[in-house]
Design a protein around this ligand. Structure first.
Ligand SMILES: [Zn+2]
Length: 290
């Protein structure tokens, strides 16, 4: 009985040993194959010249903008874990755009919008680069001798032949990771928001909306001058357009000039969008719109 168990353990060990040896040999052959291809990269480059030249060019562009991409991620304080309450984790999965804007350092400024646009362009270019490299690998593989065809690492082929660092294949999209762990550590909730191309485009849209809104408000407020206020009151005969109260009935009546469509809703500072209101009607209006 005991010897049976021994025999079984022995056989299992031998099988595992043989598998490990085979695996190690394959790994060595793969290393050797990759090394040979890198050594003869010029030859394979020439064999697939058109494809390889295109890939190499794209790779260089990616390589050049890599540092700026990483800087932008750091600048926006992305790629980090945020320890927060359980409800924040849940809400962040419902409304990822809002929580990305709230918990990153993305501001509603022209500069940040341009940075976001850069990230968006980088991610788009990068996706097309990775696709291109995979297509190039397919092509290169077709022209390889059988030995290399079997043993070389297909994913790395185009990088080896084009002389590009394989790390270029591992650039990740930015993310924010929301994590809740209860005080006792027993319950846990998490949500990782990956900022892919469509998310970044949504962020660009959100920020650009706020930026243009801010610009609009600032401009419309700046052209609201005292002269214009006086002119509108005079036009409306110093009478409230809502209740009809006027300075003729009530000499101390405080009259204000109101935007019919508020600036915050896209209204402009021009005579057709302005009216005279007494302060009471104006308060009432702004209370309603809040
Ligand atoms: Zn009034």
């Amino acid at each position: 009985m005991k010897s049976d168990v021994f025999a079984l353990v022995w056989i299992v060990c031998v099988v595992i040993g043989i598998a490990l040896i085979i695996w190690a040999i394959i790994m060595c052959l793969r290393k050797f194959s990759n090394w040979r291809i890198a050594k003869n990269s010029k030859k394979y480059f020439e064999l697939n010249k058109e494809t390889c030249e295109k890939s190499k060019k794209k790779g260089k562009v990616i390589l050049e903008s890599c540092a700026q991409y990483r800087d932008s991620i750091k600048y926006f304080n992305l790629n980090r874990i945020i320890r927060c309450s359980n409800s924040v984790v849940s809400n962040s999965s419902q409304n990822s755009t809002k929580y990305l804007l709230k918990y990153s350092d993305i501001n509603n400024s022209v500069e940040d919008m341009e940075r976001l646009e850069f990230i968006s362009k980088f991610l788009t270019d990068y996706a097309s680069f990775v696709e291109e490299m995979s297509r190039a690998s397919d092509k290169i593989k077709k022209n390889l001798p059988l030995f290399y065809k079997i043993f070389s690492d297909k994913r790395k082929l185009s990088y080896l032949v084009c002389g590009l660092n394989y790390e270029l294949a591992n650039i990740k999209e930015p993310f924010l990771y929301f994590l809740y762990i209860s005080p006792g550590g027993r319950s846990r909730n998490e949500n990782k928001i990956t900022i892919d191309i469509s998310t970044i485009q949504t962020l660009v849209r959100e920020v650009s909306k706020s930026v243009s809104k801010k610009g609009h408000s600032k401009h419309q407020r700046s052209i609201m001058t005292n002269d214009l206020r006086e002119a509108i009151k005079k036009r409306d005969n110093y009478t409230c357009c809502k209740c009809g109260n006027s300075v003729y009935d009530e000499p101390n009546l405080l009259l204000e000039v109101d935007h019919i469509i508020p600036i915050s809703k896209g209204g402009k500072t021009e005579a057709s969008n302005l009216q005279t209101l007494c302060w009471r009607c104006n308060r009432l209006k702004s209370d309603k719109s809040n």
